[in-house]
Design a protein around this ligand. Structure first.
Ligand code: PMT
Length: 224
């Protein structure tokens, strides 16, 4: 991978978890640390790209020269992604977006009710950010992730097709050594007519390998 391959290109990356508010003090979220997405941002900077990181809440520092847009909810992440779409060349969705959000955000802290041992929170589906980007008339080269706990290849390929993505990076998040919040990852990258295994390695190294794969497929698609 020659240095500077992404010079002049705008790479937009979603990273981290989303937080879906229940009331002013509570939310639904997940264990994403943002490490995978931030590593891709760093690797893209190293290749000369202009990089925007649309990030859910994380404890990570912003890599130098990366522009970070802070968001909380999936809806905010979608809005930020769409605002940038006409200037985006490559969109990489590594964020762990909540599939559902509470149907209503209570205005005040929900109080415990004496004598009630259960409470029900109604959830509604969130918009699918990466699918919306991939189906947009101004779609950039669009890359998704698939976090699976079983049958990784089948589920990942189904997401690649259903969301109309150019590529998907599938990782098995049932293994705590990799995936959520770890420093390492192992994955398989799928595209419409091929795949590549990325064995266990640091997220920093994997970010470089993912970008190399993205670049190769992207050049291929542009020249098709
Ligand atoms: O952040 P880390 O701790 O480093 O962990 C990295 C990771 C495990 C979070 C990352 O490697 C990963 O797998 N990210 C995708 C997590 C996920 O939500 O996967 P999914 O299979 O549920 O979603 C498939 C794709 O659709 C993803 O690209 C996701 O960003 C996107 N999506 C999902 C739902 C939604 N409403 N909008 C989306 O854009």
């Amino acid at each position: 991978f020659q240095k500077g391959k992404l010079t002049g290109k705008h790479v937009v990356i979603t990273a981290g978890p989303t937080q879906e508010a229940i009331d002013p003090v509570r939310y639904i979220s997940n264990h994403s640390s943002g490490k995978m997405g931030y590593a891709i941002a760093q690797a893209a900077i190293d290749q000369g790209a202009k990089v925007t990181l649309i990030s859910g809440p994380t404890n990570l520092p912003v890599p130098e020269r990366v522009e970070r847009i802070n968001v909380k909810s999936a809806e905010q992440m979608l809005e930020a992604s769409l605002q940038l779409i006409s200037s985006t060349d490559i969109f990489i969705a590594s964020a762990a977006v909540a599939d559902y959000r509470p149907s209503e955000i209570a205005e005040h802290k929900i109080k415990k009710v004496d004598g009630e041992d259960q409470m029900i929170i109604k959830l509604v589906k969130n918009p699918d950010i990466v699918a919306t980007v991939a189906q947009h008339p101004e779609r950039p080269f669009t890359v998704g992730f698939a976090a699976e706990t079983r049958d990784v290849a089948n589920y990942a390929n189904a997401k690649l097709t259903r969301k109309q993505l150019d590529m998907i990076v599938a990782n098995d998040v049932s293994n705590t050594q990799i995936g959520f919040n770890s420093d390492d990852n192992a994955a398989t990258v799928f595209w419409p007519n091929g795949s590549q295994d990325l064995p266990l390695m640091s997220k920093a190294q994997m970010a470089q390998d993912i970008l190399l794969c993205v670049h190769t497929r992207w050049v291929e698609k542009e020249s098709a």
